[in-house]
Write a protein that binds this ligand. Sequence first.
Ligand SMILES: [Zn+2]
Ligand SMILES: [Zn+2]
Length: 281
Amino acid sequence: MFYNIQIFSTFYKLFHFFIDLFSNLSKIDDMKLQILGSGTILPSAFRSAAAYVVMVEDKTLLLDMGPGLLRRMAEAKIEIWDVDFIFFSHFHPDHTGDFVPFIFASKNPFGPVREKDLTIIAPVGFGEFYNGLIEVYGKWIIPERYEIHIEEMVEERRNFDVFSILTARSNHSSESIAVRIDAGGRSLVYTGDTDWSEGLIPLSEGADLLIIDTAFPDDMKTPGHLTPTEAAEIAVKAGVKRVLPTHFYPPMEDVDVAAVFAAASFMGEVIRPLDLMIIDI
Ligand SMILES: [Zn+2]
Ligand SMILES: [Zn+2]
């Protein structure tokens, strides 16, 4: 057992070495994704809760803010003040847990203080959700030197700076939405948590990368989430080029997702998620 932990630790250090080598995302002028959390709310030594970062030119967009995000941002060398946009798929703690620490850290006087505005793209009700958090934490999570712009969206397209955002309802919680990001001819779709939803197919049509909830193995179907076979069916129907199954609960560690997707006739590339992995879109 000790031997295995040592091998894992060496592998982890080596992995970080290469991540450090290649993670200077700010110099890249096309679209990139970095996984900051491919796991769930269950504690895991190597999968943080749901969080991703998308870099388009010089803009930084976070997709969900699961607990552990701030640590992963530090590992990926992404500073708090680098973030221009945050997208929330829904309000569950494994997707919003590091929002309060992020806003609190943005006010911390020890280090550069955030001064650029922040745009939050979120389901309807986010303003109320944030006000509820302010009732608990008070002024500690109210910015003083910058503004937060909240854009609540359901099923619509809006243009922001260097990218266009299209949202669709997902099938998980009452507020939950999925998102498509288009920029410079590239496209990425993030489903957030979801069960089967017809609307995900047109949303994902021809996307370069589909980041899709694949929470439990086929024989452990859990309402509110997709199995690998269901996720593959959406990927096939939408004709996406590459797919990133994610939001892995522990039983998914034993599943050969690429084999399940292939068996479901998905012909594109299946990327097995690993925190801090960088994917060119
Ligand atoms: Zn959820
Ligand atoms: Zn979740």
